[in-house]
Design a protein. Structure first.
Length: 166
């Protein structure tokens, strides 16, 4: 009981320490088998972005990613970018097969140890919500209800509309 409370406390502290800060820089390879291009976080500037850290061996991710896929299909049309970032393999074929089996089409990147350290990845899934200026708005750890995620996304969209009107 003490150990799980300690972990929970650390995660809450990490979450608050990122709020409002610029998202840490990365330049990561695409997981796409036919694309060896790297993606730079600066390419996300101008649109709200969701970064989903996950693993092919993660049991929670097995149920969470298909739920996030449903949200992705709705909100990508509204102007929010989504990217998965796999943390436990660099094998593009394994990533492709896993996402195919789970019916996940969200574009993805392959993490490195430096990025995992910068984003304080201590387990997966972890979801980072970035505003159009690449500032961290919210961090969620573990499985989350769809309503909670959509509430954050709607807030990001509203913020984006309000800033573009000014």
């Amino acid at each position: 009981m003490k150990k799980s409370f300690s972990i929970f406390l650390v995660l809450i502290i990490f979450s608050f320490s990122f709020a409002g800060r610029k998202a840490p820089y990365f330049n990561l390879p695409s997981e796409n088998i036919n694309n060896s291009q790297n993606i730079d976080i600066k390419q996300f500037k101008g649109k709200p972005t969701v970064l989903i850290f996950w693993g092919i061996n993660c049991m929670t991710c097995r149920t969470e990613l298909p739920q996030l896929e449903k949200i992705y299909k709705i909100y990508k049309e509204k102007g929010i970018q989504f990217y998965t970032i796999v943390v436990d393999t660099k094998n593009k074929n394994d990533i492709f097969e896993t996402k195919k089996r789970w019916n996940v089409t969200i574009p993805g990147l392959i993490s490195d140890k430096r990025t995992m350290y910068k984003y304080r990845i201590v387990g997966v899934p972890i979801i980072y919500f970035l505003n159009k200026d690449l500032r961290v708005v919210r961090v969620l750890y573990g499985a989350q209800p769809q309503e909670k995620i959509e509430k954050i996304l709607n807030k990001l969209l509203k913020e984006n509309i309000n800033h573009s009107e000014n």
